[in-house]
Design a protein around this ligand. Structure first.
Ligand code: G4P
Length: 196
């Protein structure tokens, strides 16, 4: 997705060989027009997958998840990471370990929003080690529903998540795939494919 790649190049900051800061348009300030295009692109890529619900995780998954759901004409649910005053009963919960943050946390969704008949599209902002997406897929499984696909805004292809999820048979669609952040430079997988 050309527009997203341009945004990453123009407004992203490489913090280290492993971390890209995108708080100018995705993780803190959010570019609404970019999110509209992100939603359209996800809808295009999953248009034949009979999606009935979008499932994402707070907080940075909500904007792309919402726009994808709007384009697909389905509801969006976001998994909560923190305990909520009102979200207490009949929870579907999965444990998610973050290698980046070196911490494990529980994520939860109220079971009343996921039916066994649902065909779920999981959306998240970043794919690093794939643990958040796997946790969301676990929740879908607990509901007896089906994960129809996983849509990612930015995949860091040099980390294990993409391989892990695809090896498990999930259809994973990433709008930008980063091959490397070495030397402070963003290299996209697509750039390398063009060169080959
Ligand atoms: P994983 O789910 O793929 O295993 O990822 P990981 O645990 O490593 O990621 C933990 C958090 O760090 C997630 O956000 C994820 O989006 C974010 N993250 C991972 N790599 C990068 C990166 O290179 N740049 C940025 N900006 N974020 C990254 P989170 O803690 O859930 O935050 P939020 O959704 O509340 O914003």
């Amino acid at each position: 997705m050309q527009l997203l790649q341009q945004k990453i190049i123009n407004e992203g900051t490489v913090l280290s060989d492993h971390v890209l800061k995108v708080d100018a348009f995705l993780n803190h300030q959010i570019d609404p027009q970019l999110m509209v295009e992100v939603g359209k692109e996800f809808a295009r890529r999953f248009q034949n997958d009979r999606i009935t619900k979008v499932l994402t995780i707070e907080s940075s998954g909500i904007a792309p998840g919402l726009m994808a759901a709007l384009e697909l004409g389905v509801p969006v649910i976001f998994a909560r990471k923190r305990k909520s005053l009102t979200l207490v009963n009949d929870l579907l919960t999965a444990s998610v370990h973050s290698f980046t943050k070196n911490e494990t946390s529980d994520i939860s969704v109220s079971q009343k929003f996921l039916e066994p008949t649902d065909n779920v599209l999981i959306i998240d902002d970043f794919l690093a080690n794939g643990q958040a997406a796997l946790g969301l897929a676990n929740i879908v499984e607990l509901a007896g529903a089906k994960t129809a696909g996983i849509g990612i805004v930015i995949e860091k292809s040099f980390q294990d998540g993409g391989l892990l999820l695809r090896d498990k048979g999930f259809k994973v669609e990433s709008l930008a795939r980063i091959q490397s952040l070495q030397g402070g430079k963003v290299t996209f997988v697509e750039d390398l494919e063009v060169v080959r």
